[in-house]
Write a protein that binds this ligand. Structure first.
Ligand code: NAP
Length: 313
C-alpha cells in the first residue's frame, strides 16, 4: 500500500489516474489542487488545496499526511503551470516522507526531443522539471512516456474524458491529413490505459528512470488503413510535406470546425502542426523499456478496438 498524491488530479488525465488508483483498492489516494472542492466527497480520496507558489506549504501537507509517492498530472501549457510544477518538486524533494515522484510527462521522450531541432512549445517546461529533479538525487523519479493520446483519433465520449481535437484522421468524416508519405511510425496510448498503467506501477518494487506505456504502434499509413477498415470505406487522404506543414498548410479535418468556437482555428492548426511535424520526423516512434512488460496484466486497447468503440461500430 502506498500513500499517493496526484497533483492536478481534478481533471482530464489526472482525474483518470485518481480513478484508476482508487479502482485498485490498494492505496490511500490524495489530490493536490489550487482550490478546495468537494468533487471527491463520495469517495475516500482526500483533496488538499495547496499554494504552488510556496513549496514549504506543499512539504507540510505531504509530511502531515505521510505521503510517500507524488504523481504530477499538471497541465504544462503555461509558464505559470511549469513554475507550479517546479515548486511542487521543491516541496516534494524537501519532504521527509516522499520517496517517489513522476513529473507530468505523458507524451514524447523529451530528452530525445531536446536533441533535435523541433519547435515544441512545452519542451522547455518538461526539461525544466527533469533538470529540477537532479537537485534531489535521493528522490526516485520516473518518466511515463505514452506517445500521442489515442483519444485524439476518434470522437470523444459524452461527457469527454479529456479535451481533444482531431489529428491526422477524422473517421466520422472519412478524411485524413497525413504528414510526410505516411511511413513514419507512431506510439499511441489511450488515456484510460495510461491511467491504469500508472496505477499499477505504484506496486512495482523499483521505478526505472523512464518507461514506455504502449497502447499501439503503427505507421501513419497503417493508422489510415485501420480506420478505413473499421469504417468500411476509403478515406480522402491528403499528404503534406514537412515544408508545407512548417509553412502552415494544414489539412482541415471537418470534426474540428465546430471546436473553433472553444479553441480558435489558429490554435487547432498550431497543435496539429506540432503533432504532425513531430510524427513526420520520427519523434513519436519512441523506443525504450516497455512498462507493458513489467505489468502484463494491464491489457491496453488497440487503435482498431478504440475506433470501433468510439464510433459505436
Ligand atoms: N500525449 C498526448 O497526446 C497529450 C495530450 C494532452 C496532454 N498531455 C499531457 O498530459 C499532462 C496533463 O495534461 P492535461 O491536459 O490532463 O492537463 P489539464 O487537465 O489541462 O490540467 C490538469 C490540472 O493541472 C492543474 N493546473 C492547471 N493549470 C495550473 C497552474 N497554472 N498551476 C498549477 N496547477 C495547474 C489543474 O488542477 P487544479 O485546478 O485542481 O489545481 C488541472 O486540473 C501534461 O503533461 C500534458 O502535456 C499529453
Amino acid at each position: 500500500m502506498v500513500r499517493v498524491a496526484v497533483a492536478g488530479g481534478t481533471s482530464s488525465l489526472g482525474r483518470l489516474v485518481v480513478n484508476a488508483i482508487v479502482a485498485t483498492k490498494k492505496h490511500d489516494v490524495f489530490v493536490l489542487s489550487r482550490k478546495d472542492s468537494n468533487i471527491f466527497a463520495e469517495s475516500n480520496v482526500k483533496l488538499f488545496a495547496v499554494d504552488y507558489t510556496v513549496p514549504a506549504t506543499i512539504t507540510a501537507v505531504l509530511e502531515e499526511n505521510r505521503i510517500d509517492t507524488v504523481i504530477s498530472c499538471l497541465n504544462l501549457n503555461t509558464r505559470e503551470a511549469s513554475d507550479a510544477q517546479l515548486n511542487l518538486i521543491e516541496g516534494v524533494g524537501k519532504s521527509s516522507t516522499v520517496k517517489r515522484f513522476a513529473p507530468s510527462e505523458f507524451g514524447l521522450d523529451n530528452l530525445e526531443v531536446a536533441k533535435v531541432v523541433f519547435d515544441y512549445p512545452v519542451l522547455e517546461f518538461k526539461i525544466a522539471a527533469i533538470d529540477k529533479l537532479k537537485e534531489f538525487p535521493s528522490l526516485k523519479s520516473i518518466r511515463f512516456i505514452t506517445g500521442m493520446f489515442m483519444d485524439f483519433f476518434g470522437p470523444p465520449p459524452n461527457p469527454p474524458q479529456i479535451n481533444v481535437i482531431s489529428v491526422i484522421i477524422d473517421p466520422e468524416h472519412a478524411k485524413a491529413g497525413i504528414p510526410g508519405n505516411g511511413s513514419a511510425t507512431i506510439l499511441t496510448t489511450h488515456t484510460t490505459d495510461v491511467a491504469r498503467f500508472v496505477a499499477a506501477a505504484l506496486s512495482l518494487p523499483d521505478w526505472p528512470e523512464k518507461v514506455i506505456i504502449q497502447g499501439d504502434r503503427l505507421t501513419l499509413n497503417e493508422v489510415v488503413a485501420v480506420a478505413e477498415s473499421v469504417k468500411g470505406s476509403k478515406f480522402d487522404v491528403t499528404y503534406s510535406s514537412v515544408e508545407d506543414l512548417k509553412a502552415g498548410k494544414i489539412t482541415e479535418l471537418p470534426s474540428n470546425i465546430p471546436r473553433y468556437a472553444f479553441l480558435p482555428k489558429p490554435m487547432v492548426e498550431g497543435i496539429t502542426q506540432t503533432f504532425t511535424i513531430g510524427m513526420a520526423i520520427g519523434l513519436f516512434d519512441i523506443k525504450g523499456p516497455l512498462l507493458n512488460d513489467l505489468i502484463p496484466e494491464v491489457k491496453p486497447i488497440s487503435l482498431e478496438a478504440f475506433l470501433k468503440k468510439s464510433l459505436q461500430l
